[in-house]
Design a binder for this molecule. Structure first.
Ligand code: AMP
Length: 208
């Protein structure tokens, strides 16, 4: 299973990815998580990425592409992967196509989780994320049920940054829907429903 997940921030890509990973043992490759880890570790990459992330903008492609390339080469990704948050613009999608072509790997599908912006704004402003493993939940969850880590509100889930991220999505990422439709790879699921209902449809769409 090699899948790209599309959808606005807060549409539920990460949640659906976590469920697929738990059931099918594929690698969850979230560029947002990889970048947040780099920021936390204060690596050179993290230092360069931080200001873009804080502003709700995309980190330059050159920084993100190498990160994805390295992650796809790791042993756990050889069984299959779910890319969550990458590609984020057409240039990244083209690089991904070239990378996969060079390795003889086929992208099975681009699955778009569709949710209206009004719903997204409410979701993101109440979202809490695990500091250790990236698990997400509502504000009532104080300790991560998956790893026991501390739940916190991401800086970019604060109201002043949410609108900027949605603008970035609309301008740069939404065109990927058309990109994958043209390739005959696009699948769409209504993400404004309970998690398990969305997941049941995700599995059906992916033929699982
Ligand atoms: P996410 O957790 O996917 O919402 O990503 C959080 C932030 O990381 C985004 O707002 C961007 O600043 C950055 N980011 C994540 N993935 C990418 C990507 N593929 N290209 C550029 N920036 C990214």
């Amino acid at each position: 299973m090699n899948i790209v997940l599309l959808g606005a921030p807060g549409a539920g890509k990460g949640t659906q990815a976590q469920k697929l990973v738990a059931e099918y043992g594929v690698a969850h490759i979230s560029t947002g998580d990889l970048l947040r880890n780099a920021v936390k570790a204060q690596s050179e990459l993290g230092k360069q990425a931080k200001s873009y992330m804080d502003a709700g903008q995309l980190v330059p492609d050159s920084l993100v592409v190498d990160l994805v390339k390295e992650r796809l080469a790791e042993p756990d990704a050889q069984k299959g992967w779910i890319l969550d948050g990458f590609p984020r613009n057409t240039a990244q999608a083209e690089v991904l196509d070239q990378m996969l072509d060079a390795e003889g790997i086929k992208l099975d599908a681009a699955l778009a989780v569709v949710v209206e912006f009004g719903v997204i704004i409410n979701r993101l402003s109440s979202r809490r994320t695990c500091k250790s493993c990236g698990y997400t939940a509502g504000p009532e969850v104080e300790v991560c049920p998956r790893c026991g880590g501390e739940m916190y509100q991401r800086d970019d889930d604060k109201p002043e940054t949410i609108q900027k991220r949605l603008d970035t999505y609309q301008n740069q990422t939404a065109p990927l829907i058309g990109y994958y439709k043209e390739q005959g790879k696009l699948l769409e699921v209504d993400g404004d429903r309970p998690v398990d209902e969305v997941y049941a449809d995700v599995k059906k769409l992916l033929g699982l």
